[in-house]
Structures are given as C-alpha cells and as structure tokens.
Design a protein around this ligand. Structure first.
Ligand SMILES: Nc1ncnc2c1ncn2[C@@H]1O[C@H](COP(=O)(O)OP(=O)(O)OP(=O)(O)O)[C@@H](O)[C@H]1O
Ligand SMILES: [Mg+2]
Length: 316
C-alpha cells in the first residue's frame, strides 16, 4: 500500500474467557477505501469493529488510526471514527432530536455547530421532519436511519457500519444504501459489515472475509470474482446423453476441472471460459453430439463466500 493507512491492525487478538473470538488479525486500510467485512455468524466481525472503535480492548496487538495508537476509549483520535452499531443505540423515550443532542455531547459538540450538524445529518437520512417524534414511535427502518445520523454528527473520516440495513424493508434499505454510497463518493473510508452480498458487490472495492476469528480472504472484489482460484460454470443442454467415452474426452480437455451429467444437462467447471468453451464445443461436434442451450455462470461473491467458509450452519 503506497499511501499511509488510515487504519492499521497488527496481530490483534481478543478472547471471551477461554474462547478466542479474534485470532492474531492484521490488515491495513487506505484512506477512501470501501471495504466489505464479511463472515458467518460468530466470525468475530463485531468484536473486531468494537476494538477498532475503542469499545473493547484487544488482549494483544496494536490498532492505529491515522498512524496513532488507539490506546483507550478516551483517545482523541477516536473522533476520526464513526460507528453504526449492530444493536441499535437509541433512547426510546427521547425524540430523535434529543437523541442526537446526547450523541453530539459525547463528542463534545454543542451550541450552534451541533444544531447545524444535527439538521444536516437528519436531512441526509430523510428524518428532519420526524425529529420531534419519540424514537419508540419510529419504524425499524427509521431507527436504523437515525442510528446512521448519530454516527455522522462529528464528521468522522472513517465510518464503520455493522449490519446497518438488517431487518428493514427494501425502501429503507435502499435509502440507507444510497446514503452510504454518497458518503463513499464524498471520500469517507468505509468498513461495511453485512450478510447481504449484493450490497457489498455494489458498494465495496475490497473484501475481507473472516471466519473463526481469522481473515480467510482479503482481496479486490473483481479479482475475487474473476481470479484463478475461482471456477466458472458452463452448462450445456444436449440433444441426447453423451456416451461414456465422450464424457471421458471432455473430462480430459484443457482447463476442465469437473464434469457432471444430469439427464441431458452437462455441467462443467472450467478454469476460464476462454478457450475451454471452444474446445468443448469442438469435441461435441467431432462426436456428433448436438446441443440446444448453453449458459455460463459467473462466480459471484456469494459463491466465493460459501467456498471459503463452507456450508455448515453456525449457531454460535
Ligand atoms: N460478550 C461476549 N461474551 C462471550 N462471548 C462472546 C461475547 N461477544 C461475542 N462472543 C462470541 O465471540 C464470537 C464472535 O462474536 P462476534 O459478535 O464478534 O461475531 P460476528 O461475526 O459479529 O457475528 P454476527 O454475524 O452474528 O453478528 C461468537 O462466537 C460470539 O458468541
Ligand atoms: Mg456481529
């Protein structure tokens, strides 16, 4: 990384009792990067985010924000960070306005500046006209949007979003998503945790996948989708089932990793579509096997995710 990282984790660990939730974890994030932090339930994402925001102390290792060690919860460098927590952090009995005033005070904001920031944040998430209503009267989507507004009051450079769109309807999800996309365009550094892969595919350039407290993937999204480790799936519907010897020859074609046949449907996993598709069609032609339909599936983030984290359920 040529630029100085805005955030740097080195060998960070954290246990709960005997349970190691985060194993030595290291990564650097450049200013303006937009990173999807993914992982199955219990992978250690929230624990990691809580350490970055100073809410939890690492057992060992160092976290640097803009080159400065984040030593405690009161570290001034914490002002560079905004957190949208996984669990809503709002006071039900207070209205939206007073909630924001409270969060502003935590960052020592006050007076006219705070009022301006509150208005700006509320307008940004589309809640300015509901600010005088108590939070308990808000819908789930409005609460999530207010959670985002609270994180933006002190104009953080780095925004950590821990499942900010969970449990909301598609309209609110879209509105929150658009807000985050705007923040990204404005140059904020974004670390985004979600189980909605399509959001990450639209928003993030880089993907970090955690599992069992460790980083299992850290790569550019496009590289992950098109990278050599990933296979492309090529599906052909044949006019008739091929003989065993034709199948055998297909299996031995350059770049073919696996072949399976279900009725007339031939599914092959290939390293790259080019040139294996041409070789495969030529083989079918030579063997006088006709085909009626051909399609290919590009690996998406979900298939990458399942490949690296497996399909076992996590009930932690
Ligand atoms: N306060 C705690 N006490 C004991 N164990 C905890 C505590 N907080 C988290 N854990 C455990 O640590 C592990 C990592 O939890 P964490 O919340 O960081 O995961 P996550 O990746 O955010 O998961 P999710 O997708 O469900 O939000 C889990 O096994 C969890 O049960
Ligand atoms: Mg979590």
């Amino acid at each position: 990384m040529s630029t100085v990282p805005i955030l740097s984790l080195r060998e960070v660990t954290r246990s709960y009792g005997d349970f190691k939730a985060v194993h030595p974890l290291s990564f650097d994030i450049a200013p303006g990067e937009s990173v999807g932090l993914l992982g199955p339930n219990g992978a250690g994402k929230t624990t990691t985010i809580s350490m970055i925001t100073g809410l939890l102390r690492p057992d060992s290792g160092t976290i640097k924000v803009k080159g400065q060690v984040l030593s405690s919860d009161t570290s001034p460098i914490k002002r560079a960070i905004g957190l949208v927590p996984q669990d809503l952090a709002l006071y039900d009995e207070l209205n939206g306005w007073d909630n924001l005033r409270f969060f502003g005070a935590l960052y020592h904001l006050g007076g006219k500046h705070l009022t301006e920031r509150m208005e700006h944040s509320l307008r940004f998430v589309g809640l300015l006209d509901r600010a005088k209503d108590k939070i308990k009267a808000y819908s789930g989507g409005m609460k999530r949007r207010m959670n985002l507004a609270a994180a933006l009051l002190h104009e953080p450079e780095i925004l950590l979003l821990d499942e900010p769109t969970v449990g909301v309807d598609p309209q609110s999800r879209n509105s929150i998503f658009e807000n985050i996309a705007q923040l990204r365009t404005n140059g904020k550094t974004i670390i985004y945790t979600t189980h909605y892969m399509e959001e990450v595919e639209r928003l993030c350039d880089r993907i970090i996948i955690m599992d069992h407290g460790k980083v299992v993937v850290d790569d550019n999204l496009n590289k992950l989708r098109n990278g050599g480790a990933q296979v492309q799936r090529l599906v052909l519907e044949l006019s008739e089932p091929p003989t065993a010897s034709v199948l055998d020859r297909i299996r031995k074609l350059g770049g073919v990793q696996s072949v399976s046949l279900e009725k007339n449907r031939l599914t092959t996993e290939v390293e790259t579509l080019q040139p294996t598709t041409v070789l495969l069609l030529q083989e079918l032609k030579n063997s006088s096997v006709g085909w009626t339909h051909i399609s290919s599936e590009r690996p998406n983030l979900e298939s990458v995710f399942l490949r690296v984290t497996g399909d076992q359920l996590r009930d932690s």
